[in-house]
Write a protein that binds this ligand. Structure first.
Ligand SMILES: [Fe+2]
Ligand SMILES: [Fe+2]
Length: 466
């Protein structure tokens, strides 16, 4: 970092603990070999070599604690354990694809501020995410192909099934519901880009004092008339939607030092969601190693990923919690944007519990129903349509042990999040205390939501004979 640039954004001399922590993280991350271990494991992965072992504790199995799980055979239980690994890392891969874009967007701002070591750490993390994504895709694809056959990759139904909107929009607080509806109406029309251009124009005006920090990555996209990449399947894609709104946030995160650092108050949410599950898998890895038992490759990948991600979590922590204090105090606009992002993420990815996986916190189970339906008709269960719907009703719409487990995971995650967000002095109380998330931990609410959605789902699959 150059002294000249440091002083231009640092009004006073302070002990630079945050910078020291970034430097030591970069050094340790550079010296580590976890990514190389992951690469070796996934390149040699064969499902048949790993299919007879649990990849994590049984509680991390799809449909764990449901009546169906209780009556499943030993081989079906094993398959459900592997399917959970696939489902979880499918979302992680999509979220890390988002991370690659946002690391580059924000890194441009930090480079313009003179934080070169930080920019190098973010480049290293981006490189590591690419390997992680390849590992999750390859292991996940091979597992699902062997377990469920090619049917597993049939795209979720287009048309009617997609028109049934997740309760995410319906259940969001009124103000957010209006905002989302406004954007959703235009999502598939030419109005979407006008809407984005208008918002971007307004953001540019609000952030004009930060012009010199505008991200190089965004500049290059502008010069090539390219859109900012967005996603619908990663955690940010699910939390901040539709796409034009996501692009608006990305533009803001790449346009001011405060907002660039506060993208990490969103990224740390994904870090904590992952850690809430992966820490358990890492402990499982250690217990197998201690007992001298076979360690399945996916378990080892999870363990080394957990270690790689601990560097990434430290980066998120330092940037979100400390770094922003070195910049000019945020304007009312910057505080509003940073708060809105966290608020939307709470509504989108943390406002519920699931009947089928303890570590899934979306507003409802709607997007999982089709997957479970296919799973029950696959070679693992070989159910008829009627039997599949019978068991789905029992699993999604009636209280069972799986919901209690999910409530426990949700509660543990919320406490972790509160411990972190209470440090951010600019946050609205609804974010500092994770109040939206708090309302999502109810078993009764989850059951009631699923009852309504399952009625629509079963009518649709029966009428369409899917
Ligand atoms: Fe990763
Ligand atoms: Fe990461």
């Amino acid at each position: 970092m150059t002294a000249q640039l440091q002083t231009s954004i640092l009004p006073s001399e302070k002990p630079r603990k945050d910078i020291k922590l970034i430097e030591s993280t970069y050094k340790s991350n550079t010296l580590s070999d976890y990514t190389e271990k992951i690469e070796h494991l996934y390149k040699n992965f064969k499902y048949s070599n790993n299919s007879n072992h649990y990849w994590n504790e049984p509680e991390l199995s799809m449909l764990y604690g449901t009546p169906l799980y209780e009556s499943a055979s030993a081989s079906q239980k094993l398959a459900l354990n592997h399917v959970h690994w696939f489902g979880m890392y499918n979302v992680v891969a999509a979220s890390e694809t988002e991370t690659i874009a946002y690391n580059q967007i924000t890194s441009g701002v930090f480079s313009a501020c003179g934080y070169e070591t930080l920019a190098r750490e973010l480049a290293l993390e981006t490189h590591q995410e690419r390997s992680h994504i390849n590992a999750f895709h390859k292991i996940g694809y091979m597992t699902m192909k062997d377990l469920l056959g090619k049917e597993a990759f049939k795209a979720p139904l287009k048309g009617k099934l997609h028109q049934l909107t997740s309760q995410d929009v319906v259940q969001s607080p009124t103000s957010l519901r209006l905002l989302k509806s406004l954007f959703l109406k235009c999502e598939n029309s030419s109005l979407a880009s006008s809407q984005y251009n208008f918002l971007r124009f307004a953001a540019k005006k609000m952030l004009k004092q930060n012009q010199q920090y505008y991200s190089q990555y965004l500049k290059e996209l502008d010069e090539n008339n390219k859109f900012i990449p967005v996603s619908t399947t990663g955690l940010i894609g699910r939390g901040i939607s539709p796409k034009s709104l996501q692009r608006f946030f990305a533009f803001n995160w790449g346009s001011s030092p405060f907002l660039a650092s506060q993208y990490y108050s969103v990224r740390i949410m994904a870090n904590m969601v992952l850690k809430n599950t992966e820490h358990g898998i890492s402990k499982y890895f250690k217990s197998l190693a201690k007992k001298g038992e076979v360690i399945p490759d996916p378990t080892a990948v999870s363990h080394y990923h957990f270690l790689d991600e601990s560097f990434h979590s430290t980066t998120s922590l330092v940037l979100a919690r400390d770094l922003y204090k070195n910049f000019s105090p945020p304007t009312a606009y910057e505080k509003y944007i940073a708060n809105l992002a966290i608020y939307m993420m709470q509504c989108g990815i943390l406002s519920g519990i699931s009947a089928t996986a303890p570590d899934r916190y979306y507003a409802d189970d709607y997007s999982l129903m089709y997957f479970v339906y296919r799973l029950l008709q696959s070679p693992v269960f070989e159910m008829s349509t009627q039997d599949a719907l019978y068991w789905m009703e029992k699993c999604f719409c009636q209280e069972h042990e799986g919901f209690q487990m999910a409530a426990k995971y949700h509660q543990r995650l919320r406490l972790d999040m509160c411990r972190f967000y209470e440090n951010l002095d600019y946050l609205w109380p609804v974010n500092r205390e994770m109040r939206v998330m708090a309302t999502g931990g109810s078993v009764d609410k989850a059951v009631q939501n699923n009852i309504k959605l399952f009625q629509d789902f079963s009518k649709l699959v029966t009428s369409e004979n899917l």
